[in-house]
Design a protein around this ligand. Structure first.
Ligand code: SAM
Ligand code: SF4
Length: 328
């Protein structure tokens, strides 16, 4: 087991998209009430007085859609200014990014992952839920803005759904050829809208690599913050291709991340809730940060066991909590 130094923090469980694989239109979700969200001050206390002393140095802000969080730039600035932070990144759908990119960069954010499942505006709108007007263009502007501002690495996340966007894999991979963009293909998981998963299943990373290899060839490569992704490059390309294969090549026993939900639950695993701790309630009821450290340390100690169990049971169930609720 690697050193546990990486925390993914969900800033909010709400979202301005309704991706079919995550929180589809009509899904009944119990949103977190405003007063139940961790405040900025509580989040900073947890980062500074609980996680950093335990050796956490890498933090990713996610959601839901993190850019919907009020005063998110101020929060980024406050986290980025903590001297022990080695890496602060964000995962966003990019819709609100264009006018915020420069401010986020100036606040200290340096790495960003933007979800982009399709280059075709109609397919994109079909995936993210039709809001009556196309959203692709605005996301594309967000990606360009982040690139021009200097986010590096800039990664584009693609969830591959059979029969919906898998025919675009070569076009998406081609984005890495003359731009230093890093495209990551994520195997579709039966989390959230597992009805859709049940109908379609997933395309394996091995199959995607094969298609790309036949077209251009592929060499192994590296990129900062690759985490569970296997990284390759089209020969001569400026950017890289990552493959996240949690369905076909379970990496649970290598998992070195923890997740903090927007209402303060600390979870050792995306897929099961064993051992999770309600840090917000503890903090609000006056438990000291030293005591919280002790609780978190105990959870860290049992994480390998939880991961091994998850590895052995496989990703076979259906998981009704969505990525937006857990903090994907
Ligand atoms: N809203 C932001 C976004 O979409 O980038 C951040 C949160 S989203 C939950 C984080 C990542 O989870 C996205 O890249 C999304 O594509 C991925 N995701 C959500 N549901 C998924 C599923 N069922 N299978 C695989 N990836 C999923
Ligand atoms: Fe929103 Fe991201 Fe989930 Fe899509 S994947 S619905 S953008 S939280």
């Amino acid at each position: 087991m690697n050193q546990l130094d990486y925390l993914r923090i969900s800033l909010i469980d709400r979202c301005n998209f309704r991706c079919q694989y995550c929180m589809p239109e009509g899904a009944e979700l119990d949103y977190i009430l405003k007063q139940q969200l961790l405040t900025d001050a509580e989040l900073l206390t947890l980062i500074q007085e609980v996680f950093i002393p335990l050796g956490f140095t890498r933090f990713r802000l996610t959601g839901g859609e993190p850019l919907l969080r009020l005063r998110v730039t101020d929060l980024v600035r406050a986290i980025a200014s903590l001297p022990q932070i080695e890496d602060l990144s964000m995962t966003t759908n990019g819709f609100l990014l264009a006018p915020m990119a420069q401010n986020l960069y100036d606040a200290g954010l340096r790495r960003i992952n933007i979800s982009l499942d399709s280059l075709d505006p109609d397919t994109f709108d079909q995936i993210i839920g039709n809001h009556g007007r196309s959203r692709w263009q605005q996301v594309w502007h967000g990606i360009q803005a982040a690139y021009n501002v200097g986010f590096d690495p800039l990664k584009l996340n693609v969830v591959v759904i059979p029969g919906i966007n898998d025919h675009e894999v070569l076009d998406l991979a081609a984005l890495t050829i003359d731009k230093q963009w890093h495209v990551r293909f994520i195997e579709f998981m039966p989390i959230g809208n597992w009805h859709l998963f049940g109908d379609r299943g997933w395309v394996t990373s091995a199959e995607l690599r094969q298609r790309i290899r036949e077209c251009w060839g592929l060499t192994e490569s590296q990129v900062r913050g690759a985490g569970p992704a296997d990284v390759f490059r089209i020969p001569g390309a400026l950017g890289t291709l990552g493959f996240i294969s949690q369905m076909s090549e379970c990496f649970c026993d290598r998992c070195n991340r923890m997740r903090l939900s927007a209402d303060g639950w600390l979870r050792p695993c995306l897929l099961n809730e064993t051992g999770q701790i309600d840090l917000k309630t503890a903090l609000r009821s006056g438990v000291s940060t030293a005591q919280l450290q002790t609780q978190v340390r105990k959870l860290l100690a049992i994480k390998p066991e939880i991961n091994y169990k998850q590895r052995d049971s496989g990703i076979t169930g259906t998981y009704t909590r969505t990525m937006s609720q857990i903090g994907g």
